[in-house]
Design a protein around this ligand. Sequence first.
Ligand SMILES: *Cc1c(COP(=O)(O)O)cnc(C)c1O
Length: 419
Amino acid sequence: MKKPFVTLEQLQEIVKDYPTPFHLYDERGIRENARALYKAFSWNPGFREYFAVKATPNPQILKILHEEGCGVDCSSLTELMMSGRCGFKGDEIMFSSNDTPAEEFVLADQLGATINLDDITHIDFLQQTIGHIPKKISCRYNPGGTFTLGESKEGFQVMDNPGDAKYGLTRPQMTEAFRRLRELGAEEFGIHAFLASNTLSNDYYPALAAILFQTAVELKNETGAHITFINLSGGVGVPYRPDQPANDIAVIGEGVRRAYEEILVPAGMGDVAICTELGRFMLAPYGHLVTKVLHQKHIHKEYIGVDACAANLMRPAIYGAYHHITVMGKEDAPCGHKYDVTGSLCENSDKFAVDRMLPEIHTGDLLVIHDTGAHGHAMGYQYNGRLRSAEVLLCQDGSTRLIRRAETPEDYFATAIWD
Ligand SMILES: *Cc1c(COP(=O)(O)O)cnc(C)c1O
């Protein structure tokens, strides 16, 4: 069963200070999870998590992760600017972008970020843009084909389609790129790949690591490049559904260690640092979208209308993603009612849940929509003039802090030309 990280009583106090809807984040959960990740990879002295800023681009969240030893993974100008303003610098910043505008390479270079090239043509583009090739550089690898893991009766445990993804260099291009980068003065090399998203398997990272470690050994032999870091990127998932088992980060870290000792250590590459760029795993479970029931409607189906909408959480509307819902105060009540839980956009896809069995709901009830801490507020938009909500931090001492105010109509109007 999925339990909210707040009780009804706590939430009733919190909504006195912050009107619904808002995203609420659990500082304690974020810190404990980050520490568990670092513990799982403590066998690797150079290990660092570069939090994928796009998942939750909030300065206070970034600062908490910074305190826990994390860097940031940026992929746009504003993410780089935000990270710079939050005090990240030098090799605390990974810049993993694609289709990159020149100005972004310029800022990444000024901040001293580690640049992860998405394409072989970006070598010359980077050289022309910033006037040199950084001493430390990384290339994103795309092996093509399909990536599958762990066949069972139900199908593959993990399946994704790198051959269809726009990212990265092919295997022959990796060799060519490392040779060219060496000629242009690069001295320290990294390899990055992102082959599957939201994986619920302790085997994904170890399998990806084995592919990248093997590739690293080959590239070292072919090009003489000194490979100093391997970036496993994002993709470790979270159980959005209550019946799904969670990943065990300690088991994942141990699996990567085994691959490291089998492949890299015998090749004399036992000094390679492991990097991760997790977003969802770092934040999703530690965010709730808190919303209040405004209306109940009985037509061909039973509808519960809430004060949040897809502008606050887009995943259900665009991917049909499941987000668990708790009716606060009715955690143990039987789920005897079938509802669609909807927002107010003039879009029929604006539903947080379809045919969901829930306890009987009354107008005024508070609902918690789970696992919204990553790719939640971040994907917000302003369609229908519905504005982005506030973000509130539930601090470790139980107090709350506003970490982003809600947008106002004036924010919405500010970019319009009125006369
Ligand atoms: C989105 C992204 C991540 C984070 O992915 P999660 O699924 O949230 O872990 C990491 N690296 C890159 C380059 C990304 O685009």
